[in-house]
Design a protein around this ligand. Structure first.
Ligand code: SAJ
Length: 434
């Protein structure tokens, strides 16, 4: 079976299945189709299936014309009919791995995918789990169910983990040119997984096991979360010491080796950094290992919106104004600059906290133009007019989209709290930085 699959990969006669046609799965499907394979994109959302089959991309990194081209050549089709997993020679699982309310991993999407795979997949096929998850998931959630069905890993089926490294909207790095890490349940599994991914990804880096590969992604993102927490704490320290943390970081960044700049902010958002480290600390606890760095970073980063409230009350206090009944505009609501993604965005937390203090809060965001409040109300972005700006007691720069005209904001704002050093060049006394 191993040789047969190797041959199908070499000949490009293998049919590639990809479960989950989101920001990871759809770009991957297009890359395999461009490499010459027949690809079936599986998704539970019929709207996505319909859009793919009509060549309409809903993913920022996939141009509709590129999608249309592979669909027209019948190299890519989408379906919600998971029985077609019986037709594929390899399956990449690219489904979400969120956190539950109780902050423990939710691998229900992986479990649901595996239910279908165990039902339909034929012997001799390869399964590659891509969803970010804790070490051991591939063995427990992919290998064990298949072996219970009589699919022996490395013999009747081939099982790997390969972390997704997609950075949506990144103009430089995409699925094809971002090095791909892969680890297998057996050497034969890894050999086949690497051979397949090498057909459409420039660089494939092999590690010893699927657990190592699972840990790679968690290290990458825990590294970010811990370093962001470090500069957030140093920012709070520098505020108390009357030191400009932004000058300090920019100066440290002149060091050409041994330093990587991170910047303070109003908190961390997105579908990776706030969540991935929690997957690792949760699993570590099952080994009686309490990972203090992750817990501390989660605590500091999670506390940043409350720290911003503390700074807001200090600034308004200087002008003998309570937060209560103050008019406040949040500039930028998305979780990071130049994206429209609101997931885990600290701006949303800030909005909630300010309203809880009795402030009148509006927001502007050219990308993330509306969100549902905790009370289920749709809150829409306010136009950034001279009148709106003049009308506010305080403007808080929360997300520094590059499209903002900060000169216009500074000109008409009474008071600004800049949480991103977006106004670095301005020296007006109306501006306070974190
Ligand atoms: N943030 C800071 N200070 C920083 C960097 C980020 O406060 O110095 C905040 C951001 O505003 C955001 C959150 O942290 O709210 C996460 O930002 P991020 O730059 O890590 O961006 P993400 O969440 O899009 O992370 C993704 C990750 N990619 C994958 O998981 C595949 C991450 O590994 C990438 O390094 C990152 O993109 C990237 O470099 O763009």
């Amino acid at each position: 079976m191993k040789e047969t699959l190797h041959r199908k990969i070499r000949e490009k006669s293998a049919t590639i299945g990809i479960i989950g046609q989101g920001y990871v799965g759809l770009p991957l499907a297009v890359e395999f189709a461009n490499a010459g394979f027949n690809v079936i994109g599986f998704d539970i959302d019929p709207a996505k299936v319909e859009k793919i089959n009509t060549g309409v991309s809903y993913i920022v990194d996939v141009k509709s014309e590129d999608l249309k081209a592979v669909v027209a050549k019948k190299k890519l089709c989408a379906t919600a009919d998971f029985s077609r997993l019986g037709d594929v020679d390899s399956i990449s699982i690219c489904v979400p791995t969120p956190l539950r309310k109780t902050k423990d991993p939710d691998i229900s999407y992986i479990a649901a995918s595996m239910e279908q795979i165990c039902k339909y997949m034929k012997k001799g096929a390869l399964v590659v789990l891509e969803s970010t998850t804790y070490p051991g998931t591939t063995t427990e959630m992919v290998r064990e169910p298949l072996e219970q069905k009589g699919f022996k890993a490395g013999k009747d089926t081939f099982i790997c983990f390969s972390p997704e490294r997609v950075d949506p909207g990144n103009a430089v790095y995409n699925t094809k040119n971002t090095p791909k890490v892969i680890g297998g349940e057996t050497p034969a599994c890894c050999e086949l997984g690497a051979a397949l991914y090498r057909t459409c990804i420039n660089t494939v880096h092999i590690v010893g096991t699927s657990a190592e590969a699972e840990m790679v992604k968690l290290l990458e993102n825990t590294f970010r979360a811990v370093n962001i927490a470090l500069v957030n704490e140093l920012m709070m320290m520098c505020d108390r010491m009357g030191i400009n943390i932004w000058n300090v970081i920019n100066a440290a960044a002149t060091k050409p080796f041994g330093f990587m700049p991170f910047y303070p902010g109003p908190g961390i958002g997105g579908h990776c950094i706030p969540l991935d480290p929690m997957y690792l600390s949760w699993k570590a606890k099952t080994y009686d290992f309490y990972n203090r760095f992750i817990e501390l970073a989660t605590d500091i980063n999670g506390n940043m919106p409350y720290y911003v409230i503390h700074r807001v009350s200090r600034i308004l206090n200087q002008h003998e104004k309570p937060i209560k009944n103050s008019k406040i505009l949040i500039l930028g609501m998305a979780y990071k600059a130049n994206v429209d993604d609101l997931r885990e965005s600290p701006g949303l937390e800030l909005y909630r906290l300010l309203r809880a203090e009795g402030a009148y809060v509006v927001f502007n965001d050219p990308h993330a133009t509306s969100f549902k409040s905790m009370l289920g109300k749709i809150v829409r972005s306010t136009d950034l007019t001279e009148e709106t700006l003049k009308n506010q007691d305080l403007i808080i720069v929360v997300t520094n989209h590059k499209t903002y005209d900060y000169g216009f904001v500074v000109k008409h704002a009474k008071l600004i709290l800049d949480t991103r050093n977006a106004l670095g060049l301005f020296t007006e006394p109306s501006i306070v930085r974190l």
